[in-house]
Design a protein around this ligand. Structure first.
Ligand code: G3P
Length: 223
């Protein structure tokens, strides 16, 4: 599994990038607007934190394929490093994914609610598809099942597209999509912190330390 940070908050990105095995950062219009800063300056700062190798995802807002392609090229001209263009799976988006693929520009198909949307996007040349797990659950669907269906469809074809599952409200959903076949996930900072949080671990570590200090008389391995 690869973990991406679903945020544009530079403080949180810098912190998580230091502590966790982070593969990159995904953004969308809502996430960028929340930071209340000129967006290109913000994206450039994120790039400087994660470096040029890790993937940085930026979403287009155009309504026609031509606008989307133009925006994709503009974003790539403004940012260095590994940039992936996020494109919603509307009809014009599907056309744009194909046009960009023909120019070797990598894309992620986003706002995916059904396995067949993902399938069509993958056939169009998307490098990733992003099923919105929790939003599907909120519509009384089953986000994990959608991910499992996508994984099955991809495994039955020659498509090299990867699932980058998105929209989570708890660690169990992240865990379940990984078992269902998602190669990658993008997760809000607060939830990434919870990946390894467990009260028994904390209390075990405190007890080990207490016993060591009592028995050895030092709070480290140095005598
Ligand atoms: O990457 C997509 C994601 O930001 C949507 O998540 O939590 O707004 O449903 P959420």
């Amino acid at each position: 599994m690869r973990i991406y940070i679903d945020s544009a908050n530079t403080k949180q990105i810098a912190h998580l990038n230091e502590y966790f095995p982070i593969a990159g950062v995904t953004t969308n219009p809502s996430i960028i607007v929340k930071e209340n800063r000129p967006y290109l300056e913000l994206l450039k700062e994120i790039r400087s934190i994660i470096g040029d190798q890790k993937e940085l995802f930026v979403q287009t807002i155009g309504s026609t394929a031509e606008e989307i392609v133009k925006e994709a090229k503009y974003i790539r001209s403004q940012l260095t490093g590994n940039v992936i263009i996020k494109i919603p799976v509307i009809k014009e988006g599907i056309k744009a994914i194909q046009l960009l693929d023909s120019e070797n520009i990598q894309t992620l198909a986003t706002t995916v609610y059904t396995s067949f949307q993902a399938y069509v996007a993958a056939m169009s040349g998307a490098k990733y598809v992003a099923p919105y797990v929790n939003r599907i659950d909120n519509l009384t669907g089953n986000g994990v099942n959608v991910v499992a269906e996508i994984a099955k469809l991809f495994s039955h074809s020659e498509l090299s597209c990867e699932i980058l599952a998105a929209s989570f409200k708890n660690v169990q959903q992240v865990h379940d999509v990984c078992l269902a076949g998602a190669q990658t996930v993008t997760v809000a900072p607060e939830l990434i912190e919870k990946f390894i949080a467990f009260p028994s671990t904390e209390s075990d570590v405190a007890e080990f330390k207490r016993q060591w200090e009592n028995g050895i008389g030092s709070s480290s391995l140095y005598s």
